[in-house]
Design a binder for this molecule. Structure first.
Ligand SMILES: Cc1ncc(C[n+]2csc(CCOP(=O)(O)OP(=O)(O)O)c2C)c(N)n1
Ligand code: SF4
Length: 281
């Protein structure tokens, strides 16, 4: 097992008590158990509190615009199949600003993992409703209640036949680490939606709120049964299931067969490259 210290022990700017701390710990634990050294991992993110996660983990990292973690992640996964590619961001970043990238990535099914820190609020910008905020929930910026229907990420993923769909909770980091491990091992696109209290700006979906509702899926749930998975994916309210909701068989996207070998192992033609660069001199 790779020692956890190899992923660094970097001071964070997150609030004390924020669910992000436990998620970071669970990611490190999963990578360590997967025997992935820091140079074998790429973390991609957009903007937000959750999107700072790659800053706090010693590995390769891409931090781009809000909602834009998935395109470089998919590109890197295709260019270098030897890399474990993880996109990690908030519910706003992944389902709002990056919503269309989320849909496109699920349809395409490149082998990579998406971890969504789902605190049902915009944390970094201090508490506006996010796509997963419940309709009617009062926030600092929506005193009359959030006007739109909450986005159901797991149900959309099951509907689009995403081959690995799971939900974790930052309040159970050991269980979460197991889900992340399975997601990274899975050959296709894997989504883990992670419930995460934002102690500063979401006063409704608190740790106690999640704790009293979350329960673990047991052996009675068959994750290969897509209809049953959709039912579980839609369950969000008085009871919220945690675990692997759906495990499908859809084959991952394969690059164009004319691409003979991954870009990461190709040597550039330096003469051609010099000629191209001359054009810009
Ligand atoms: C295109 C774009 N729209 C809006 C913003 C402003 N903005 C920055 S972070 C953020 C919210 C982040 O929320 P979320 O992704 O849920 O992550 P959290 O901070 O809650 O972890 C917003 C709206 C931006 N940077 N770029
Ligand atoms: S504002 Fe919320 S999401 Fe951001 S660090 Fe603080 S508790 Fe966490």
């Amino acid at each position: 097992m790779i020692p956890i210290d190899r992923y660094g022990n970097i001071e964070t700017a997150w609030c004390p008590g924020c669910g992000n701390h436990a998620i970071l710990g669970a990611v490190k634990k999963a990578l360590s158990r997967l025997e992935l050294a820091p140079h074998q991992v790429l973390l991609c993110s957009g903007i937000g509190q959750a999107a700072k996660a790659p800053h706090y983990l010693r590995c390769n990292c891409f931090n781009g615009l809000h909602g834009r973690g998935l395109p470089p992640a998919q590109g890197a996964a295709l260019a270098n199949p030897g890399l474990a590619v993880i996109a990690e961001s908030g519910d706003g970043c992944s389902y709002g600003e990056g919503g269309n990238h989320f849909l496109a990535a699920m349809r395409r099914n490149v082998g990579m993992t998406l971890l969504v820190h789902d605190n049902q609020i915009y944390g970094l910008t201090k508490g506006q409703a996010s796509p997963t905020t419940a309709q009617g929930q009062v926030t600092k910026f929506q005193p009359g209640g959030a006007p739109s229907l909450a986005f159901p990420p797991l149900a959309v993923a099951v509907t689009l036949d995403v081959p690995f769909v799971a939900r974790g909770f930052s309040g159970d980091p050991e269980h979460l680490a197991g889900l992340i491990e399975q997601a990274v091992r899975h050959p296709g696109f894997a989504l883990v939606d992670i419930l995460q209290p934002c102690v500063s700006f979401n006063k409704v979906n608190t740790f106690a709120w999640y704790k009293s509702r979350c329960y673990k899926l047991g052996p009675e749930h068959d994750p290969t049964d897509r209809r049953a998975a959709l039912d579980k994916a839609l369950e969000f309210g008085e009871r919220i299931p945690l675990g692997v909701v759906y495990r499908g068989e859809r084959a991952p996207y394969r690059p164009d067969p004319r691409v003979r070998r991954p870009l990461a192992t190709s040597r550039p033609d330096l003469v051609k490259l010099a000629k191209i660069l001359e054009e810009y001199a």
